[in-house]
Write a protein that binds this ligand. Sequence first.
Ligand code: FES
Ligand SMILES: [Fe+2]
Length: 454
Amino acid sequence: MMDQKSEKIDNTDQLEKPVVIPAEAYISPEYAAAEQQRLFRKTWLQAGRMEDLPNVGDFITYEIGPDSVIIVKSGESELSAYHNVCPHRGRRLVDTLPGQRNARGTRKNFICGYHGWTFGLDGENSYIEHEDDWQGSLCEGRADLGKVSVGTWGGWIWINLDPECSSLADYLGVVPEMLDPYGLQNMRPRWRKWVVFECNWKVAMEAFAETYHVSTTHPEFNAFGQFRGWARNHGLHSNIGYEAPKGLEEDSGKLRLGTGEDPRVSTAEMQNFTWENANTNTTGTLVGVANRLKDEVPDGTPAAEVSAYWIKTAREEDAARGVDWANVTPEHTAKAGTAWQIFPSFQIGHAVNNMLCYNARPYQGDPDKCYFEAAVYELYPEGEAPETEWEYTEPDDWPPVLQQDFNNMAAVQQGMKNVGFRGAQPNPYMERSIASLHFNLSRYMGMGAPRSRK
Ligand code: FES
Ligand SMILES: [Fe+2]
């Protein structure tokens, strides 16, 4: 039921104009079946954090569709990634226990539980029972683990299942230049949760990839002032952010000031609400200083000065306990925005002292389900970061603001299957990130391309 007066878009300039996105990318079983091969086996995927592998022998697994990868710290300054499958008869080498997101542990070597083939941290086979029976044919790496391309950036470990892949640096494009100033590699998780949703992984990611939904889905935030959001394309990736009111340009990042009658009060209210109901996008220090603004800043102080005092005081308080925020210029803040959508399925919501990241992955090839996960990070004094694991968390047990987002997901999935749905029409300014995702998806998938409106 696609609009007849439309044509496939073929370059990123067209993302600035209205587009229609056919529903197939979200609901078609054929599309979902092709995704593993055409998309997830071709792209760089964020597979874990480097702080999860502090010592030689530490490993994690990363699961994407039917594929599983072992990532191991194989030397003092070396990471290796291997296909998680025994080359003997195909047993998955490291099991992920039921209820766990992934396996994690420490090994001197990996021993297959079926017939005992053994592999060193370098992936090479070191033991085969009755090896002579193979008459010398297990040479040339045939008994070794298959290598997977691995790279690091921003404190994350990235893998690519494509033996012919381009470099991680090429893939990330402008992203490191825009986000390196925030020192994301210095942040450590405060919490990380995962869940299975009744929607396509794109529906889940898109719920966080735009600011257009905020005034309706999260009406409580309207009390703290209206900010106009934008979304921009950067090749494979995109970012979103807010336009700051005049004179509050430094406020265009995450550390926004409330804009009520008394900025001291509205900032404290916004911070307390965010802390209690989202448990993200702020830190204990920022909340604490916001609550003292009324005592420490004179009544009638202009909003820009309240903001400057709040940020400066919180920065100093953190510095005194050994937590140094990144220094980012207002110009850079305005360009970097509040979040980056890293193609295809990772979002980094960055700030100078904390971040919120989302990921989604397909669930067993079912277009109507996905794994969804979120992690909140902040800066800690050396050695004081909490030990966290990925916790499976039912939707009702997530912070309330995130539950508001979750409430749209299954309903969008159902709605898109309706015979009368004529394709998504994202806001060309505020939701360009969604058009950008589907434009890039269509180039990998060979289907589902957004169409321009005539
Ligand atoms: S399948 Fe691994 S040793 Fe046989
Ligand atoms: Fe939201």
